[in-house]
Design a protein around this ligand. Structure first.
Ligand SMILES: Nc1ncnc2c1ncn2[C@@H]1O[C@H](COP(=O)(O)OP(=O)(O)OP(=O)(O)O)[C@@H](O)[C@H]1O
Ligand SMILES: [Mg+2]
Length: 315
């Protein structure tokens, strides 16, 4: 059985335009058709999952078909929600005359690099921790490679960052207790908030690093640049203890074409497929190039059927 099956969480990543959204949608549809409650989540700021299913989507799960729901994360909305949360946390922590200035600073931070990512990551954490019980599988369609790698390695970075903050606060509090000379530990709401976040990040990290629960899929085409980029991405993720164990090789030329033009392209494709086989020991799912874009449910069913055959029929 292919490693991608029976997982709680499946991420689809890859270079721009290789077919991440198409593959993630087709895979989610395949699972749903087999009776698995499936949630498809798009984390790509330039969405097109809603276009593929021809349904408007939002930040809350919307029904697509039997057993299939989808969420599109809107980065602006998430950034706003995230910063509102930060403001709420500040209540009672900051002297009231400081609140206005603190809010101004937070609003300024909304436009800074990284704010969108932090917000997106926060939503990812909440989807994984809070929706996991309600679905058999959550399928993530991600943005092109670099963005996804940053996102997936955030739990590690954020964990280290929060650890540092917690240590600093702890020693500050200890000094303060000693200075007060009554030895009573001081109450520190900021410490508690940080600690809670740390616990949620650790919980997510555990899920993301558990290969029985989470699968990482890279989509590529039998072409030079996607192969090179996939090699690099697989190595980078490996450094962060994330194992990519499945590849979708998408847009294979149709074998029935016999013109000399196609013969030539086919020969080149054969070389790239050999390169892929030599380089990657991962499970592979092969999807042919259809005669048009996968922008209707009918075309998506076609891809899904092909995927199903690859998942269950081939050894
Ligand atoms: N097997 C296929 N046959 C024909 N067209 C395909 C196939 N797979 C994907 N496409 C088309 O290729 C284009 C890119 O696919 P898709 O949007 O799934 O890629 P993506 O990797 O999600 O792109 P992005 O990096 O922009 O998110 C779309 O127009 C899609 O319909
Ligand atoms: Mg996409």
């Amino acid at each position: 059985m292919k490693k991608i099956l029976n997982k709680k969480i499946v991420f689809f990543g890859g270079k721009g335009g290789v077919g991440k959204s198409t593959s993630a949608s087709a895979f989610a549809l395949t699972l749903a058709k087999q009776g698995n409650r499936t949630l498809l989540v798009s984390t790509d700021p330039a969405h097109n999952v809603g276009d593929i299913f021809q349904k408007p989507l939002s930040g809350k799960p919307q029904t697509l078909t039997d057993n299939l729901w989808a969420i599109e994360i809107d980065p602006d909305e998430e950034t706003k929600r995230y910063l509102d949360g930060v403001k709420k946390n500040l209540k009672g922590l900051v002297k009231s005359k400081m609140v206005e200035e603190a809010h101004r600073q937070i609003d300024l931070a909304a436009g800074s690099p990284g704010a969108d990512e932090a917000a997106l990551f926060d939503r990812l954490v909440s989807i994984i921790l809070d929706e996991k019980a309600a679905f058999d599988t959550i399928v993530f369609d991600t943005a092109p490679t670099g963005h996804t790698i940053r996102l997936l390695t955030l739990p590690e970075l954020m964990g280290a960052w929060i650890d540092g903050m917690l240590k600093r606060r702890q020693s500050m509090n200890e000094n303060y207790s000693a200075w007060m000379e009554d030895g009573e530990p001081v109450e520190d709401p900021i410490y508690d908030i940080l600690h809670k976040r740390k616990e949620r990040f650790s919980a997510v990290r555990e899920v993301l690093l558990d290969e029985r629960q989470t699968e990482y899929v890279f989509v590529l085409n039998p072409e030079r640049l996607p192969i090179v980029e996939t090699e690099k991405a697989v190595q980078t993720l490996k450094k962060h203890d994330i194992d990519v164990r499945t590849l979708v090789v998408n847009k294979l030329l149709p074998k029935e074409e016999t013109s000399s033009f196609f013969q030539k392209r086919m020969e080149q494709e054969k070389e790239y497929l050999e390169w892929i086989n030599r380089t990657f020991a991962q499970d592979k799912i092969y999807i042919p190039l259809l005669d048009g874009d996968v922008s209707s449910l009918e075309a998506l069913h076609q891809v899904s059927e092909r995927m199903e055959a690859e998942l269950y029929v081939r050894p």
